[in-house]
Design a protein around this ligand. Structure first.
Ligand code: SAH
Length: 223
């Protein structure tokens, strides 16, 4: 057994027994079907990565487009966008996440369709160009589901209203991946208060028949 094999087994043993990670680790093949081929995930990555089946659905809506994955994390969405879109700009503020996302995109053989950027989305926004912006900002940790109704001001690192305003300066085609308990009236408000108003489509994002999140598709014209 090589040193790499040994450190991989050690990491797997740690992930399977770490109480914070275990409930995500047991879903590892739902997160990345090619998990065993060298996928890298850190602690925040474990609880924030989009399930592959859902990321595939998001990507289907972006076929042939230039997609900006504004909060790319370890690349769960980026990889699926890279498979079907024309190109992807994947941004994350954490250099380690970007390193892992690059590694993971390599595992799927799609890294050359992606421009990886380490940076703060809010600073980069004025210089970004794309057809669709995908937003999966931090939900404030795993406790997001403890509130009855998740409000836009609970999104991190800035509230959903300011985020939405900034992202609209890039493109009106915006996809937001949000907690299942998000206040839908606030999403409708985001769409109707835009100038001109945007069309909003809400999709329940499900795994095994169970809703785990909400995806909001905003656009200028009905698709
Ligand atoms: N969709 C991703 C998960 C995104 S998690 C996946 O499927 O893997 C949200 C990410 O936003 C985290 O990785 C965090 O580092 C990043 N982030 C937080 N603040 C940011 C900012 N200001 N600019 C860019 N990325 C940021």
């Amino acid at each position: 057994m090589t040193i790499d094999d040994q450190s991989h087994l050690k990491k797997e043993a740690e992930n399977s027994t770490n109480p914070k990670i275990n409930r995500y680790w047991i879903q590892r093949y739902d997160l990345f079907s090619r998990y065993d081929e060298g996928i890298q995930i850190d602690e925040e990555g474990w609880y924030s990565v989009t399930h592959e089946e859902i990321a595939i659905k998001h990507a289907e809506r972006c076929r042939g487009k230039v997609v900006i994955d504004c909060f790319a994390g370890v690349g769960g969405n980026t990889i699926q966008f890279a498979k079907v879109s024309s190109s992807v700009i994947a941004i994350d503020i954490d250099p380690m996440k970007v390193k892992m996302a690059m590694n993971n995109a390599n595992v799927y053989g799609v890294a050359n369709h992606v421009d990886f950027v380490v940076g703060d989305f809010f600073s980069l926004a004025p210089s970004l160009k794309g057809d669709v912006s995908f937003l999966a900002p931090p939900w404030g940790g795993p406790n997001y589901c403890k509130v009855e109704s998740f409000k836009m001001d609970m999104l991190q690192p800035r509230d959903g209203y300011s985020l939405f305003k900034i992202v609209q300066s890039i493109t009106p085609n915006i996809i937001m991946y949000l907690p299942k308990n998000v206040d839908l009236a606030q999403l409708e408000e985001l769409a109707s208060l835009s100038s001109p108003p945007l069309t909003l489509e809400i999709e329940e994002s499900c795994i095994g028949g169970k809703m785990i999140a909400i995806t909001a598709y905003f656009s200028r014209n009905a698709a």
